[in-house]
Design a binder for this molecule. Structure first.
Ligand SMILES: [Zn+2]
Length: 264
């Protein structure tokens, strides 16, 4: 049944979501204007830390233009290895405090962080219906060793979808992928032609590609503006057969399609 009716909007053969993490200034300065000019919408995963009402105010306009403001937790907790590396990178910075690690956190603490981040994002952009989640540092656990546990069930409970990381070039199967841990592809430093090829391979299979970006022309995981532009122009030209939409929008579409195909 699932295979007989396309999950995608009329004429489209597959889907692509453009996702951007950590709310960097280059996303506001370069990515949002590019997407707006081409009529595309992306998902921007934000950390609504204290003072978010002012710091994240520019994202209200982005949301009004149809982009998704996604949940990336308040505190962006990562594994001890990531946190130690970040502290070494910032050595010498005044006031650089060591962050709490995933190994030190409990499920209750993680749930409180996720719920609070969604509450803050909703207060910033109340018109947004659903919120998807992106696992900080692509990690989905708390604790260590024998007490290590997945926090994917918390994301399933509180967000419409969760973006993790998966293997290229296997894109998400619309009928069977776990929406609480959708596979994203890390795209830092990729060339435009590679990005177009990845998107095209997903669409050729009728699947959903979720591309992960951070800073544009800057930061430790950069994508070049020229390469991002090449991808976005391709997506705009192919809009009749490639559905480009925010993660939450695609998740809503798939949930409705699965419901229709497999009524309870
Ligand atoms: Zn992040």
């Amino acid at each position: 049944m699932l295979e007989q009716v396309s999950p995608w909007p009329s004429g489209c053969q597959g889907a692509v979501s453009l996702t951007f993490d950590d709310g960097s200034a280059s996303q506001l300065e370069l990515a949002i204007p590019l997407l707006n000019e081409l009529g595309l919408q992306g998902t921007f995963y934000l950390n609504p830390r204290d003072g978010f009402e002012g710091n994240l105010a520019p994202w209200k306009d982005a949301a009004a233009a149809g982009h998704e403001a996604g949940n990336h937790t308040v505190s962006h907790p990562c594994a001890a290895n990531n946190v130690a590396a970040a502290v070494v990178q910032r050595r010498g910075e005044c006031g650089a405090r060591r962050r709490r690690t995933l190994e030190e956190m409990t499920l209750d603490e993680m749930e409180a962080d996720i719920v609070e981040a969604s509450r803050r994002i909703r207060s910033l952009v109340p018109e947004q219906r659903a919120i998807s989640f992106a696992y900080p540092c692509y990690q989905s656990f708390v604790g260590r060793g024998a007490s290590r546990q997945s926090y994917v069930p918390l994301v399933a409970r509180h967000c419409i979808a969760g973006r993790g990381v998966g293997e290229k070039p296997i894109a998400n199967d619309p009928g069977h992928c776990d929406l609480a841990y959708v596979w994203g592809w890390r795209c830092e430093r990729m060339r435009g032609a590679e990005l177009v090829g990845l998107a095209e391979s997903a669409v050729a299979d009728g699947r959903w590609a979720v591309l992960v970006f951070h800073g544009i022309n800057e930061g430790h995981l950069p994508i070049g503006e020229r390469d991002l532009t090449e991808l976005c122009k391709y997506l705009a030209r192919q809009r009749g057969r490639v559905w480009t939409a925010p993660v939450a929008r695609v998740a809503e579409q798939l949930l409705a399609w699965r419901e229709r195909a497999q009524p309870a």
